[in-house]
Design a protein around this ligand. Structure first.
Ligand code: SF4
Ligand code: SF4
Length: 69
């Protein structure tokens, strides 16, 4: 079976740069922009664990399984 892959998106205008997702992601998917906001720099490493979505206080991270890959 092919490895699952995910889209990871941060709604930047809602992100308050708390860094929780950056620190909690087990696969180091996020970097921080100069203003501290999270940027999904390595979505190809996402395993879809949902930790970022669960812990983001502003519900601005979304991960979605890609279809047909
Ligand atoms: S779902 Fe898990 S692996 Fe994927 S970006 Fe969020 S915390 Fe990281
Ligand atoms: S947890 Fe949410 S608010 Fe905090 S840095 Fe990540 S995306 Fe931004």
């Amino acid at each position: 079976m092919a490895k699952k892959s995910y889209d990871v998106q941060v709604v930047s205008k809602l992100c308050k740069a708390c860094g929780l997702c950056v620190h909690l992601c087990p696969k180091n998917v996020f970097d921080r922009a100069k203003d501290g906001r999270a940027v999904p720099a390595r979505p190809e490493d996402c395993i879809g664990c949902g930790t970022c979505e669960l812990h983001c206080p502003d519900f601005c991270v979304e991960t979605k399984e890609k279809e047909g890959e």
